[in-house]
Design a protein around this ligand. Structure first.
Ligand SMILES: CC(C)(COP(=O)(O)OP(=O)(O)OC[C@H]1O[C@@H](n2cnc3c(N)ncnc32)[C@H](O)[C@@H]1OP(=O)(O)O)[C@@H](O)C(=O)NCCC(=O)NCCS
Length: 376
């Protein structure tokens, strides 16, 4: 048996959902280039594409949109559950707990049934922003804000966070960021969700598994850390010594590098364009100037190794400009990636096989049982 740590390079599924060529910087959802979706699509439409394999026609989009909007509200018991959580806890833990609890309110055992799949997907995509926003407000002592049916997905989320209807550009930028983060082939959180899905657990349990996996700093947590790093650098003139010092100490620069991309992440280029659009309208950002300088200083040192900015490098700067708190970046990532997780859940169930890998045992055999009193 050949052992591949982290299952690196081991195909864990056959999939038609997304495609990534990290040498050419190509990312496609169901064959459509991410640049095209970012420019022309919406998060709802993209979610439909991922889940059901095609862009919706007008009737399908109207029904999907109506269903998503009508399932935004969360039961007061879910709100009460979150009220009981410590206000200093990470919002991803609150999100995972609330999503796991959703499954108790909406039993959905018949996971192979397309109607159950549809309604579970609709509930999860529509309720995640409500949960994230409600927890964000309650932890600072404010009441949650009831979702508004007349606002689109991103605008409604920003409204539920702040109580103010955002300007259309802000909502549009967030909607595009959700598209960019909605899916990314086989990755740790998707795999985690698929392992859970393979046991025929319901969609709420699948998504709560994936949320738990997304939390770690090696996965979804990177944009929070990249922004923190830019804040620590503090000014453009500190960049060179910071970058050179880190590299001399053999440490990584957060937001640079990617296991798959060996060129600049296409999504980072798109996020950068969005950032510049925001700055033109609402004024510049020192953190963006610092980030540009980090990219410039790091380029000659790291590009020979194929290390360039990834999507997380610039997305935190955009989220901050939208008024989203730093520890909500990963929950926002989950609000987007739920589309991809659920698409893989549905695909997995079409030809399900329980994930049950093997291991290489390296322990002892025939060890004698030592009575308690005689143990060292
Ligand atoms: C994402 C990441 C784990 C990918 O790692 P990987 O593909 O396994 O690449 P490696 O860690 O093998 O790196 C290859 C080389 O590039 C260097 N490198 C990779 N990312 C780097 C970074 N962010 N800063 C400085 N050097 C980096 C490594 O030190 C290594 O150098 P060496 O060959 O001289 O030892 C890594 O780039 C990283 O930790 N980035 C920072 C965290 C981050 O932004 N994560 C979000 C990913 S979406």
């Amino acid at each position: 048996m050949e052992f591949s740590p982290g299952l690196a390079g081991v195909p864990a599924a056959k999939s038609k959902i997304s495609y990534l060529d990290g040498l050419k910087g190509i990312l496609e959802y169901r064959g459509i280039r991410i640049e095209v979706l970012a420019e022309k699509s919406t998060f709802f439409e993209t979610a439909h594409l991922l889940l059901f394999g095609k862009l919706p026609n007008r009737t399908e989009l109207e029904r999907f949109t109506e269903d998503l909007i009508s399932h935004r509200r969360i039961k007061y018991r879910i709100t009460d559950l979150m009220k009981c959580l410590p206000e200093g806890g990470h919002p991803m833990d609150a999100l995972q707990a609330a999503v796991a609890a959703l499954g108790m309110f909406y039993p959905a055992k018949d996971v192979q049934n397309p109607d159950v799949q549809y309604i579970s997907a609709v509930r999860l995509i529509s309720k995640l922003p409500t949960i994230v926003a409600a927890h964000a407000r309650m932890r600072r002592g404010d009441d949650p804000i009831i979702p508004r049916d007349d606002l689109d997905h991103a605008a409604n989320f920003l409204y539920m966070l702040s109580g103010r209807v955002p300007e259309p550009l802000m909502a549009k930028v967030l909607d595009t960021c959700l598209i960019l983060h909605a899916e990314h082939t086989m990755n740790a959180s998707t795999f985690s969700g698929m392992v859970t899905a393979s046991t025929l657990a319901n969609a709420y349990t699948v998504v709560s598994s994936a949320i738990g996996t997304l939390m770690g700093p090696l996965h979804g947590g990177a944009s929070e850390e990249a922004l923190q790093m830019l804040k620590e650098i503090g000014s453009v003139k500190n960049v060179r010594s910071y970058v050179e010092g880190k590299l001399a100490a053999g440490e990584k620069i957060m937001g640079l590098g990617h296991r798959e991309y060996k060129v600049k992440d296409t999504r980072a280029i798109i996020v950068q364009r969005l950032a510049e659009e925001l700055f033109r309208r609402y004024g510049g950002s020192l953190l963006y100037e610092i980030a540009l300088e980090v990219e410039r200083v790091a380029a000659p040192l790291l590009s020979p190794k194929g290390v360039y900015p990834n999507v997380d490098f610039y997305s935190g700067i955009v989220y901050e400009k939208l008024g989203i708190e730093q520890d909500l970046f990963t929950p926002v990532f989950a609000m987007a990636r739920v589309g991809g997780w659920l698409a893989h859940w549905i695909e997995q169930l079409k030809d399900n096989q329980l994930f049950r890998p093997t291991e290489i045992y390296e322990g002892s055999h025939d060890v004698s049982y030592v009575p308690l009193g005689q143990r060292s």
